[in-house]
Ligand binder design. Structure first.
Ligand SMILES: [Fe+2]
Length: 205
């Protein structure tokens, strides 16, 4: 998935957010616990979502053919990136997992997030079992923390523009995308009492 890159410096709210998250990551540098990091980032992102002037008008323009991943900035330390995803109605991601921790907050509009768990039977056949299905409103946040699978699909569930802010624990300007792999070719089956108890770990490794 290609992404666009902001042609201007970060807005004041985003600049302040990046400074604060740099300090948060410094404070948690010895923890080596992604969950503590994403909880701290979540608290700071909640404040950013309530700020005025987070995005320039040019950052809000959607693409016609699919949702637009728009890189706002990469932290000076290169430890994380701030992206805005701009969704026209009905635009949707593939079913995918991630290369890093992610904290996602809806800035405006309505998004639907469906999560899945990867299953495998003794014959090596794989499928996805739905786990959660939530609507995410402005100001609400979703966390994706390895080593959980974090396989999900996100769509604009409203009839207006949707915008979400995505904080990724990686330098997206180098790796190009937060997506690890896509699972759209797998069937989707709900768990039953007969579901094999063989689970494929995160990243299928
Ligand atoms: Fe994702």
């Amino acid at each position: 998935m290609q992404h666009s890159v902001a042609d201007h410096p970060p807005t004041a709210p985003v600049h302040s957010f990046v400074d604060d998250v740099e300090r948060l990551l410094d404070a948690h540098a010895r923890d080596h616990d992604p969950d503590l990091i994403v909880q701290a980032v979540q608290r700071r992102l909640t404040a950013l979502l309530a700020s005025e002037g987070v995005l320039e008008p040019a950052d809000r323009i959607p693409w016609a053919d699919h949702y637009r991943p728009h890189l706002l900035t990469v932290a000076p330390s290169r430890r994380f990136s701030v992206m805005a995803l701009i969704w026209a109605p009905e635009q949707v991601t593939p079913i995918h997992d991630h290369i890093c921790w992610c904290v996602v907050g809806v800035l405006e509009g309505l998004e639907r997030e469906q999560r899945f768990s990867l299953r495998q039977n003794d014959d090596g056949q794989r499928w996805l079992a739905p786990t959660t299905d939530v609507m995410v409103n402005p100001g609400e946040i979703s966390r994706l923390t390895p080593p959980e699978e974090n396989i999900h699909q996100v769509r604009n569930a409203g009839d207006a523009l949707a915008i979400s802010l995505h904080i990724y624990g990686a330098d997206i300007s180098v790796c190009g995308s937060s997506v690890n792999q896509c699972f759209d070719d797998l069937p989707i089956r709900a768990d039953t009492a007969a579901t094999p108890q063989t689970f494929v770990s995160w990243r299928g490794s």
